[in-house]
Design a protein around this ligand. Structure first.
Ligand code: FES
Ligand code: FES
Length: 164
């Protein structure tokens, strides 16, 4: 990719990727954020804008099956990769125990953080259902709840990862 002159925008390009299992393409500027594309182009609004600097996890997606903050990913960085959003993961049986634990343990208040929580917790649960003590909680540090409903979220994590 050519480096644009100072003060100018890079030329548009064609971004191609797999989105929730389907091939998609869009013409956009290489510096368009994935979060913007998801919400404004594909109308997938499950990933939420929160801090928009990679701290809160409200925008969490899976990039090639690992959690990633959509607010930090630019189009040129995801060319040819696979993205899954909560719209896909919520329909996946892998997320059922996570969604049940959050609901039954009172881990959802306004719900703004919940999609991001489900994305991270489902990844952890699928990868490593028996993490070392404290590991799951430590790995959840990138997901912040503005309602500060951490009591219920903590109970859900403890149910999902009994050795925590
Ligand atoms: S909005 Fe992306 S991490 Fe907060
Ligand atoms: S439930 Fe409201 S931000 Fe977490």
């Amino acid at each position: 990719m050519n480096v644009p002159a100072p003060g100018t925008r890079p030329a548009p390009f064609i971004l191609e990727l797999r989105l929730n299992g389907q091939p998609v393409r869009v013409q956009c500027s290489p510096d368009t954020r994935l979060l913007t594309l998801l919400r404004e182009h594909w109308h997938l609004t499950g990933a939420k804008p929160g801090c928009e600097v990679g701290r809160c996890g409200a925008c969490m997606v899976w990039l090639d099956d690992a959690p990633a903050n959509a607010c930090l990913l630019m189009a040129y960085q995801i060319q040819g990769q696979a993205v899954r959003t909560i719209e896909s993961v919520a329909a996946d049986t892998a997320s059922e125990p996570v969604r049940a634990a959050l609901a039954e343990c009172g881990g959802v208040q306004c719900g703004y953080c919940t999609a991001g929580m489900v994305m991270t917790m489902t990844y952890l649960h699928r990868q490593q259902p028996r993490p070392a003590a404290g590991e799951a909680k430590a790995l959840m540090c990138g997901n912040i709840c503005r309602c500060t409903g951490y009591g219920g979220i903590r109970r859900a994590v403890e149910r999902l990862f009994p050795e925590v």
